[in-house]
Ligand binder design. Structure first.
Ligand code: UD1
Ligand code: CA
Length: 513
């Protein structure tokens, strides 16, 4: 943006926001990825202001702490008593010795304001050499807002607050959005002259316009292209309405850029999220914070992703992820929980009822069902059987587990960290592994199986189990007798029943796919 004059941005954020009925200062309420004041500061960012002043009062420490995170270039200025918007700007400018150029004032509670609109307002103001320019909008219901009062030729005469307006003025539906550009010197001068002669006994910033007009200065009105941009937030009903409007704006933007949203009404995407082409987002999905979704990835239904990266072509179904990395073509869910530093490489799979924390899951590795993976490194193409628990916590400290490439961990196994399963090693289902398993070895800690014949008949006589067992044994006897008769008639040797081999610790069928 070409810019000849230095710019100062003043954001008004000292009000309590009584009607929010909240312990949180109004401007700190969140709205799809930013606080209210965060949105306003983002809209002002392209102005490349020399300085940004934020007037704080209610919850000043909290607001100042938030500013130091999201807008460290902004300086909080304290207004201990809220004596009006004019007073607030006066206090802010008192903090600046060498004020010159353009002063841009923004209400801290107008979060849908777009950067393009602020930029257009300021550029028009500067190009016209106006003393002051106000952002206005024509709205269906102007209740509670300041009205733009024009003379018969259409020039701005003054801005009148509703409570100070005549009934004819109240009928005006062109309202003041609370966004302005001023010539610094003329603003400073006018602010020293405004009175508190109004219904609220406050210093109104809006009175500056009447004073400038009376002094023969040129003032201008910049009409917002879209009236919804100028909506303020005074209570939680309005906040909810703003959230829906912003959702629709954000979603429309993604639809136009080549992303499919199957149900935009139930898709909530923070303004900080990015999606690549041909990503598909299914219903009831929230994408929050620094989340990114790669090309042709499929996310949802019923997914919440916070600060999570989803690679191209990955699939995430009915799952919750925070601070996770999901690699290209990886598969997550249904019903997975990925916690911070869960990292899934290409084509890795984390399936149903699996929780992963601070762990790397290698390319093509699978953790398909009912497992907890914490503080682990799992090699490429390893398979972790159902109900495997990475036992990472001994009550005092967390420990790491490594599973090598193409290792095979049988179902219902505890890997008690620190422990290492070598590349290509197997672990028998149902083992509790406390020692390293070398590459290619089978680790097994199970007791051998012993069958106590007839136990049910002796110890559970009369139960349904005993009945079923007796019936089965009777059938077996009958079958044996039939077999003997056949063998005898064919003169063949009795060949026994089935395989009687004992336990051989072969877990080949002990995992799941
Ligand atoms: C103000 C305008 C009104 C406009 C409306 C748009 C004035 C007198 N009126 O009214 O014409 O239509 O915004 O939303 O300016 N604030 C301070 N310190 C104060 C008073 C206010 O920092 O002493 C801050 C508030 O926190 C808020 C902003 O200024 O962010 C606007 O104040 P608010 O009381 O909401 O003004 P409105 O009555 O809405
Ligand atoms: Ca307001």
């Amino acid at each position: 943006m070409s810019q000849s004059r230095p710019r100062t941005v003043v954001v008004l954020a000292a009000g309590e926001g009584k009607r929010m009925k909240s312990a949180l200062p109004k401007v700190l309420h969140p709205l799809l990825g930013r606080t209210l004041v965060g949105h306003v500061l983002a809209a002002a960012a392209p102005l490349a202001a020399e300085r940004t002043l934020v007037v704080v009062g209610h919850g000043a420490d909290q607001v100042a702490a938030h500013l130091s995170e999201v807008a460290p270039q902004a300086t909080p200025v304290r207004q201990t008593e809220q004596l009006g918007t004019g007073h607030a700007v006066r206090i802010a400018l008192d903090a600046v010795a060498d004020l010159a150029g353009t002063v841009v004032v923004l209400n801290g509670d107008v979060p849908l304001l777009r950067a393009e609109t602020v930029t257009a307002l300021v550029e028009t103001h500067e190009a016209a050499g106006a003393a002051a320019t106000v952002l206005a909008a024509e709205v269906a219901d102007p209740t509670g807002l300041g009205r733009i009062i024009r003379d018969p030729a259409g020039h701005l005469e003054q801005i009148v607050e509703e409570r100070d307006a005549t009934s004819a003025q109240r009928a005006v539906r062109e309202i003041n959005a609370g966004i302005y550009a001023f010539d610094a010197a003329l603003l400073r001068d006018a602010l020293s002259k405004i009175s508190t002669d109004n219904d609220q006994g406050e210093e109104y910033l809006t009175d500056v316009f009447g004073l400038l007009v009376a002094a023969g200065e040129a003032v201008a009105v910049h009409v917002a292209a879209e009236a919804t941009e100028t909506l303020g937030c005074n209570d939680r009903v309005e906040l909810a309405a703003l959230r829906r409007l912003l959702r629709d704006r954000v979603n429309e933007g993604w639809l136009r850029s080549g992303v499919t949203l199957l149900d935009p009404m139930t898709t909530w995407i923070d303004v900080t999220v990015t999606l690549d082409r041909d990503a598909v987002v299914d219903q009831n999905t929230q994408l929050r914070g620094a989340t990114t979704v790669g090309a042709a990835a499929a996310v949802g239904p019923d997914v919440t992703l916070i600060d999570t990266t989803v690679g191209a072509g990955a699939v995430v179904l009915r799952s919750h992820a925070v601070g996770a990395e999901i690699g290209p073509q990886a598969s997550v869910g249904p019903y997975a929980y990925l916690r911070p530093a869960a990292r899934l490489a290409d084509k890795a799979k984390v399936g149903t009822f699996v929780e992963v924390k601070n762990s790397e899951i290698g390319p093509g590795a699978k953790v398909p069902h009912l497992s907890y993976v914490g503080d682990a490194t799992i090699g490429a193409r390893a398979n972790i059987g159902a109900a495997t628990i990475f036992v990472n916590y001994d009550g005092v400290a967390k420990h790491h587990t490594t599973v090598g490439e193409a290792a095979f961990v049988g179902c219902d196994t505890n890997l008690i960290a620190p422990v290492e399963i070598g590349p290509g090693a197997y672990v028998a289902a149902g083992s509790a592994i406390t020692q390293d398993v070398p590459p290619g070895a089978l680790g097994v800690t199970r007791a051998s199986q012993r069958n106590v014949e007839g136990w049910v008949a002796r110890r559970r006589a009369g139960t349904k189990s005993a009945e079923a067992a007796e019936a089965a044994l009777t059938r077996q006897e009958a079958e044996l007798a039939r077999q003997r008769a056949v063998d005898a008639s064919q003169g063949e040797a009795f060949h026994g029943l089935g395989d009687t081999a004992g336990y051989d610790a072969d877990p080949g069928d002990t995992a799941t796919e």
